[in-house]
Design a protein around this ligand. Structure first.
Ligand SMILES: [Zn+2]
Length: 455
């Protein structure tokens, strides 16, 4: 299904398109994202020095103008320095780099529908972007680095149109010191070692949102866990191998159960990265998930999160929200997937988990609207739990057969595209004999916690 991206474009007279808070890019992240063009491909040629935390990059962004364009912007953190910009092989009339935006002014205006090849040479010491959600983006590890961009950290390491509905394929080439393993999204297309450095080139064919792009560099070993239904591999420090074998021992079973419930796994492979450092939370990227050493301590205490991160490959990565308002479409679904895995594993049922979390929600603060939690609360645990309860209410309302058929149609019809709550409620209506509008109103649009569904 076509992306809904174009909806956010208001034709203009070619005036400034500078991500002004009033331009309606995304009410939750008004400074991110850009107007006037649509990116169709990113090519990132990066070199990273682990010891000094130095990044040097050339980004080639292929795009199409959507309006007459004399001036346009890209997101890039000002902690990095831009040394050269060209558009279609020509230097622009001028460019500036301020407040995490590169603003490019062309000598001659581009007509609507014009092909654009934007080349940006840049570099520096990357560091995360600080915001209401803590530090996101490029993060230096004790030995190596990772990128966990959600929601607005992508610009900490590459110039981009940083908006979740702006999805595109990527080619990521990363050169680093030879002893280190370097991982990026997609499939390893080639790898070559020259002197003391190795270049790893990854091709990410399926369109990807900027916040799901990642680099993972560290003193890792790579292991294949399974080749069916897709290749599952692990990237981790050797010292954690035996913990990993136990803690992630059911990774393939989780994959099998999710493919059964949600439809085919959407990407060619899945990689689990475990860093040598502890991480506060695991994080999803397209085609891979990152866990900390603390999630791999030999107790299998984080299996819930192993299921959660895998579920994001369907809910968040293949089907990506158009606006952060609809974050429950990612986190509610991933949380409900944890409960579904528990049920399929013969442990606590989804219903029992739903009841437990419902009691906790009913006893807690009731000041959040799950269908529009506000930017400060978009990663509030209640979005996850009540989002999952919304799905449980739907499941109880339409029955198991319709519920799972609907989930599979959801992942099939909107594969690789952008989605909204309205897309989901429209689809759900086709699986229900009765109107679901009261259900959505109760669960997504009001602060009060509804009665447990069916009670
Ligand atoms: Zn999540």
């Amino acid at each position: 299904m076509p992306s809904k991206t174009d909806k956010r474009v208001t034709p203009t007279n070619g005036g400034p398109l500078l991500g002004d808070p009033t331009d309606g890019i995304d009410p939750y992240l008004p400074k991110n994202g850009n107007l006037g063009y649509r990116v169709s491909r990113y090519e990132l040629d990066l070199e990273y020095k682990v010891a000094s935390n130095r990044l040097a990059g050339v980004a080639i962004i292929t795009a199409t103008s959507l309006t007459r364009l004399t001036r346009f912007t890209l997101d890039l953190a000002t902690s990095l320095t831009v040394s050269r910009v060209s558009v279609n092989g020509r230097r622009p009339a001028r460019y500036s780099h301020r407040d995490n935006k590169i603003a490019i002014t062309m000598t001659d205006a581009l007509p609507p529908g014009a092909a654009m090849t934007i080349t940006v040479k840049y570099g520096g010491s990357p560091r995360p972007i600080r915001g209401p959600w803590g530090e996101v983006g490029f993060e230096e590890l004790t030995e190596g680095a990772l990128c966990a961009n959600q929601p607005n950290g992508a610009a900490s390491w590459f110039p981009c149109d940083d908006h979740p509905s702006s999805k595109a394929p990527y080619l990521i080439s990363i050169t680093t010191d030879s002893p280190y393993v370097a991982i990026a999204n997609g499939t390893l297309a080639r790898k070559r070692t020259k002197a003391a450095q190795t270049t790893w080139v990854y091709e990410q064919v399926e369109p990807m949102a900027t916040y799901l792009a990642t680099l993972q560099i560290g003193p890792y070993v790579q292991k294949t866990l399974s080749s069916r239904p897709v290749r599952i591999s692990a990237v981790l420090p050797e010292r954690l191998s035996s913990n990993f074998a136990h803690d992630f021992g059911r990774q393939k079973q989780i994959m099998d159960e999710f493919c059964d419930m949600f439809g085919p796994y959407p990407f060619p492979a899945y990689t689990v990265v475990v860093t040598d450092d502890n991480l506060e939370i695991p994080i999803e990227a397209q085609g891979l998930s990152t866990f900390g050493a603390n999630h791999c301590d030999g107790t299998r205490g984080s299996e819930r999160l192993v299921a959660h991160e895998l579920a994001h490959q369907w809910f968040g990565n293949s089907l990506t929200l158009s606006r952060w308002t609809d974050i429950w479409l990612h986190e509610g679904f991933a949380c409900y997937s944890e409960w579904l895995w528990s049920e399929r594993a013969g442990e606590e049922t989804a219903d029992a988990l739903a009841r437990r979390h419902h009691r906790a929600l009913a006893a807690g603060r009731k000041d959040i609207i799950i269908g529009d939690p506000g930017p400060a609360s978009m990663f509030d645990d209640r979005v996850y739990k009540r989002g999952a309860l919304t799905l449980h209410a739907l499941r109880l309302s339409v029955g198991d057969e319709a519920f799972f058929a609907m989930l599979r149609q959801w992942t099939r019809d909107y594969r690789y595209s952008s989605v909204s709550t309205a897309d989901f409620t429209d689809l759900a209506a086709r699986y229900s004999d009765t109107s679901l509008s009261a259900l959505w109103q109760r669960w997504l649009r009001q602060k009060a916690v509804p009665e447990f569904p069916g009670d």
